[in-house]
Design a protein around this ligand. Sequence first.
Ligand code: NDP
Ligand code: 8X3
Length: 245
Amino acid sequence: MFITGATSGIGEATAKLLCHNYNLILCGRRDDRLMKLSTVLSRKTNVKTLSFDVRNKEDVSEKIKSLTGEWRHIDFLINNAGNAHGMDYIFEGDTDDWDKMIDINVKGLLYVSKEILKIMVYNKRGHIINIGSIAGKEIYPKGNIYCASKFAVDAISQGMRIDLNHKNIKVSQVNPGLVNTEFSKVRFKNDKEKTDNVYKGMLPLIADDIAEVINFIINRSDNVNISDITILPKAQASSTVVKRD
Ligand code: NDP
Ligand code: 8X3
């Protein structure tokens, strides 16, 4: 089980849930968190950590190629690493934020997939779960480039599913709505007020909700593929319609 973005939020919750049944390869940039998680989860399963920035194509390739023996038997890839950076009108957006979202959410996902697919195609089996978003299904004001990056993930998931169909590799996409993780803290660059406002007066999903759905998807019979699933909190009807008290 190869999980990107395992150092917080959805990736971390997924690692904690799946450690009961799978060996784990956990990725992220924050070494201290990878080490802590590895120490805890090693009590339950075999854990390997790989520290890299998904934007660094050479490092992604080197780190994945460094896996040997049993660690190359990767049946599941959870492409979860990603974030929003900023939330501005398109005429006011910061191009550094745009670069981050496209480089991490789109190109990073591709670099990781490229390397893992070499293994899955060779093994003639595998299952990729891409973490998309409701933002990859509907555009909302000031969502512009983040939405574009997640629309790209949606297109990539569909393209993967088609191209890997004859390679015995399943591709699923999970599209969460509002989930209370470090996502908004990153998006708003640690601005507490803006972060708190995202979830004000409503009950968002928690990372465990998404981990449970991932667990469900990977535990269907081999003949079944949950190809695309959107999960919203009860208070959220769409990207823009959220009931708040
Ligand atoms: P978090 O901020 O809690 O987690 C993001 C994870 O991605 C971290 O583990 C982080 O690790 C990793 N990451 C970010 N940038 C990089 C990078 N350049 N290289 C490697 N790893 C990176 O947010 P979430 O758990 O909420 O986000 C996980 C996924 O879910 C994302 O793809 C996000 O777009 C998606 N999503 C989130 C929603 C939400 O409301 N929270 C809703 C819909 C989708 P580190 O910093 O250690 O590298
Ligand atoms: C995260 C959900 O609505 O904040 O992908 O863009 S949203």
